[in-house]
Design a protein around this ligand. Structure first.
Ligand code: SAH
Length: 406
């Protein structure tokens, strides 16, 4: 442990508000705070005390966010300045030899709370490291973190992605650009025999949906001979997997022209030669139209963007979600396999299962839930931080047998 640090600003909880911290939940919400240092201490380490003066832990202070402190350490001992470097090292080392994370040069190296580093997300794409600094605390330490990442990964390029939403919430500048080296315009990754170009500067998220890696493996393993529909395809992550797995044909749907252009290139890059059709436009509408036109698919992936960004939008999102799945089911051939995902953590597993059930009922199809799907091991969530569980999915099978009338 480092030398104890000198004077550190303190955050004192209101009476009776310490239970979540005692359970090692890393977020201290503004409603539980009685005394705090204010804007001048943005990003600083703070010591968190109960109303009776007991030291409960240490974290980074965000005076403008409703999550006032993200705790990095619990208990009375000051973890010292070396904590960040130790956590980064542990996060990277854990993944290096992890049996579930082999065969790819693209993975999440640091997953915020689950690696004890709230506010920091770091992805590796080939020889480029892409980081997002999402809190005042991590923003203030960006240069130091970049230096450590360069040394720990020994990769030639580091790039910082902006994140406007968190910048607004935290009142920190929204910055992007080179962290070290000379990052190329885009890079190519190799994931278990699949190759994808990744636009880590402009692409969605940090450029690629790394969190669907295990689901891509699954799709590749079940695609043989199937007519595949990839709705909300982005750059064709699933379509490529299905193509490599021997799909009979592919239909891709997305609203983004750029994403679809990337998808076509990725299919070519992987020498996927089966017939393909690319449909640009609103996929909710396109799914409805395909079902009404009597199209049939044997493998369907439904991977929409987060439909519920807040608790208030849950009901509307659940309706949209059900609609999407209903039309997916309407165009499912008997025996079809469907992967459907929900990446809004506000729609919890229970509600998700109800939505699947009611879509099946409305579609008049018998449906079995074969597997529950989630994020891969580099995107694990800490059991102390259930909010980190955002990706819920399932593999469904539509019963063989007569189809309902259209
Ligand atoms: N399945 C993809 C990730 C999907 S992310 C993968 O594994 O890589 C969600 C995608 O939905 C994005 O590509 C976005 O462009 C697209 N999208 C968002 N709203 C849409 C809409 N209404 N219709 C069609 N596509 C939409």
């Amino acid at each position: 442990m480092d030398e104890p640090r000198g004077i550190m600003p303190e955050v004192i909880l209101s009476s009776g508000r310490e239970s979540s911290l005692r359970r090692q939940h890393p977020w201290l919400l503004s409603g539980g705070v009685d005394v705090e240092p204010g804007a001048k201490a943005a990003g600083a380490w703070v010591r968190v005390l109960s109303s009776t003066g007991e030291v409960l832990g240490y974290g980074h202070y965000s005076p403008h966010s409703s999550i006032r402190v993200r705790l990095l350490a619990f208990g009375k001992d000051d973890p010292g300045e070396g904590l960040l470097g130790d956590r980064l090292e542990a996060a990277i080392a854990r993944r290096r030899d992890h049996p579930l994370l082999q065969g790819t040069n693209a993975l999440r190296l640091v997953n915020a709370e689950s690696d004890g580093l709230p506010g920091l997300v770091v992805d590796r794409f080939g020889d480029v490291v892409v980081a997002k600094f999402l809190t005042a605390g991590m923003h203030a330490r960006a240069a130091e973190i970049a230096q450590k990442l360069e040394a720990l990964t020994e990769l030639p390029h580091g790039y910082r992605r902006r994140d406007d939403r968190s910048a607004r919430r935290e009142k920190i500048p929204s910055e992007e650009g080179t962290l070290w080296g000379d990052p190329p315009h885009e890079t190519t990754i190799e994931e278990r025999g699949r190759r994808y170009a990744v636009d880590f500067r402009q692409g969605q998220k940090t450029g690629f949906y790394l969190d669907q890696r295990d689901a891509r493996d699954l799709v590749e393993s079940i695609a043989q001979g199937r007519r595949m529909l990839d709705a909300f395809s982005y750059s064709g992550g699933f379509a490529v997997a299905a193509g490599k797995g021997g799909a009979a044909s592919l239909v891709l749907m997305d609203s983004s022209e750029k994403a679809l252009a990337g998808a076509a290139e990725n299919l070519d890059r992987n020498a996927v030669e089966c017939p393909r059709e690319i449909r640009r436009g609103d996929a909710f509408e396109a799914l409805r139209a395909a079902a009404s036109a009597g199209e049939r698919f044997d493998l369907i992936v439904l991977d929409p963007p987060p439909l519920a960004r807040s608790r208030r939008s849950v009901q509307g999102a659940a309706r949209a979600y059900k609609d999407m799945l209903l039309h997916g089911l309407r165009s499912a051939a008997p025996g079809a396999l469907i992967l459907t995902f929900n990446c809004s953590h506000h729609i919890d597993p229970d509600l998700f299962q109800k939505v699947v059930f009611s879509a099946a009922l409305d579609a008049g199809r018998g449906v079995d839930w074969l597997r529950t799907l989630g994020a891969p091991a580099d995107h694990a969530f800490s059991v102390h931080h259930p909010e980190g569980r955002y990706l819920h999915g399932c593999l469904l099978e539509v019963k063989a047998g007569p189809e309902p009338l259209p």
